[in-house]
Design a protein around this ligand. Structure first.
Ligand SMILES: NC(=O)C1=CN([C@@H]2O[C@H](COP(=O)(O)OP(=O)(O)OC[C@H]3O[C@@H](n4cnc5c(N)ncnc54)[C@H](OP(=O)(O)O)[C@@H]3O)[C@@H](O)[C@H]2O)C=CC1
Ligand SMILES: CCCCCCCCCCCCCCCC(=O)[C@@H](N)CO
Length: 331
C-alpha cells in the first residue's frame, strides 16, 4: 500500500516536471505593445483591434478596402478615450505579392515600432458542396486563408525573434477541427493553419514566441452574413449546433488566450469538447489542460458518435427534402 502510494506520488512528480518543462509562457502585457491585425477593418478582426486598444496596445490594421479601413480607424480611435494612440491603417492584399505584404508590414513598424503581436484574421468563408465549388474558389480559399497567414507571419518573424519574444495568432475555425458538409474548400484551408502553427511553435519557442490557433464557431460578422446567403441548408443546420456568437466575446477570448501563451483558443461548450478531442500532439499549456486532455479524450470521442449520428440524419433529411421538391417540380 505504502509502496503504491509512493509510486503514485513519484508519477505525479514526474508528470508535473514534464509539463512544466513543456510550457512556461509568461503573460504578455499589452500596454504600449504593437498589435498588428490583418482583416482588422471588419468582424472578428475589428473586435480584436478594439479589445487590444482597450488593453492599452498600439494597433495597426491591414485590409484591402481603404474606405473600410478609414471608417474602422475612426471607430477604433474612439475606443481609446483619453489614452489616444493613432491607429495605423495600411491597404494591402495579404494573399497578393509577398513584397507588397513586406512593405505594408514595414509601414506599420515605421509608425508603431516592431510588431509584438500579429493576428492573422484576414479570411473568407465559402460554403458550397464539393460539386458546386469551382476550382478557382478552392484556390482562393487556400490562397487567402492559408498563404495570406504565411505571408504576414513570414514578414514579422525575423524581427520578432530578434526582439526576444512575441505572439502570433492564426484565426482558424471549428471547421479547422472537424470537416463538415459544405466546407471541403474552407475546412481544408483552416486545417492547414494547424499544421503550420504546430510546426512553427516548435521552431520559435526558444525565442519566447508563442503561437495561438483560434477555433471560433459561427460569429455574427459581415463576413458571416455574406457566407449565409447561399449556404447549403445542411451546413446551416450542422454549424448551428455550436450556436452563434458575438464577435466581441470571441475576440476577448482569443486575445486573452494569446497573451497567456495558450496554443489552442476556443469558446463555448462544444468548443471546449472539440479542443480536447482534437488535441493530438499539440503543445500543452498547463498541468490542468494536460489532465483534462488525458481524462476527456475517450469520453468525448464517445459523445462525438451521437453528434455524428445527428449530422448524418440532417444530411439524409435534407437530401430527401430536395429530392421531393425536385420530383414535385417535374410533375
Ligand atoms: N464569422 C464567422 O462565423 C467565423 C469566422 N472565422 C474566421 O475569422 C476570420 C474573420 O472572419 P469575419 O470577421 O467573419 O470576416 P469579415 O468578412 O467580417 O472580415 C474580413 C476582414 O478581412 C479582410 N480581408 C479579406 N480579404 C483580404 C485580403 N485578401 N487581404 C487583406 N485583407 C483581407 C477584409 O477587408 P477587405 O475586404 O477590405 O480586404 C476584412 O477586414 C476569417 O479568417 C474567418 O474564416 C472563423 C470562424 C467563424
Ligand atoms: C465531443 C464532440 C463535440 C462535437 C461538437 C461538434 C460541433 C460542430 C459544429 C461545427 C461548427 C463549424 C462552424 C464554422 C464557422 C465558420 O468558420 C464560418 N462561419 C466562417 O465564416
Amino acid at each position: 500500500m505504502l509502496l503504491e502510494l509512493f509510486l503514485l506520488l513519484c508519477l505525479i512528480g514526474i508528470f508535473k516536471f514534464v509539463i512544466s518543462w513543456l510550457v512556461s509562457p509568461q503573460v504578455l502585457k499589452l500596454d504600449g505593445k504593437h498589435v498588428l491585425i490583418t482583416g482588422g477593418s471588419s468582424g472578428i478582426g475589428k473586435a480584436m483591434a478594439k479589445e487590444a486598444i482597450r488593453r492599452g496596445a498600439v494597433v495597426s490594421i491591414m485590409a484591402r478596402n481603404i474606405t473600410k479601413l478609414e471608417a474602422a480607424k475612426v471607430d477604433l480611435e474612439k475606443v481609446a478615450g483619453n489614452n489616444f494612440k493613432p491607429v495605423c491603417i495600411v491597404s494591402v492584399d495579404v494573399a497578393g505579392d509577398y513584397e507588397e505584404v513586406q512593405k505594408a508590414v514595414q509601414k506599420t513598424e515605421d509608425k508603431q515600432g516592431p510588431v509584438n503581436m500579429l493576428i492573422n484574421c484576414a479570411g473568407i468563408g465559402v460554403a458550397k458542396t464539393f460539386e458546386d465549388l469551382k476550382i478557382d474558389e478552392f484556390k482562393k480559399l487556400m490562397n487567402l486563408n492559408y498563404f495570406g497567414s504565411v505571408q504576414t507571419t513570414k514578414a514579422v518573424i525575423s524581427k520578432m525573434k530578434e526582439q526576444g519574444g512575441g505572439r502570433i495568432v492564426f484565426i482558424s475555425s471549428q471547421a479547422g477541427q472537424l470537416g463538415l458538409f459544405g466546407y471541403t474548400g474552407y475546412a481544408a484551408s483552416k486545417f492547414a493553419l494547424r499544421g503550420l502553427a504546430e510546426s512553427l511553435q516548435m521552431e520559435v519557442r526558444p525565442y519566447n514566441i508563442y503561437v495561438t490557433v483560434a477555433h471560433p464557431p459561427d460569429t455574427e460578422t459581415p463576413g458571416f452574413e455574406e457566407e449565409e446567403r447561399n449556404k447549403p441548408e445542411e451546413t446551416k443546420l450542422i454549424s448551428g449546433t455550436s450556436g452563434l456568437f458575438k464577435p466581441e466575446a470571441v475576440a476577448k477570448q482569443i486575445l486573452q488566450d494569446s497573451v497567456n501563451g495558450r496554443f489552442c483558443s476556443y469558446i463555448g461548450l462544444d468548443g471546449w469538447m472539440l479542443a480536447n478531442i482534437t488535441c493530438g500532439m499539440s503543445p500543452v499549456h498547463s498541468m490542468c489542460d494536460a489532465i483534462q486532455q488525458v481524462l476527456t479524450v475517450s469520453v468525448f470521442r464517445l459523445i462525438s458518435f451521437f453528434y455524428l449520428c445527428h449530422f448524418t440524419r440532417i444530411v439524409r433529411k435534407c437530401k430527401a427534402k430536395r429530392d421531393k421538391e425536385q420530383k414535385e417540380k417535374m410533375e
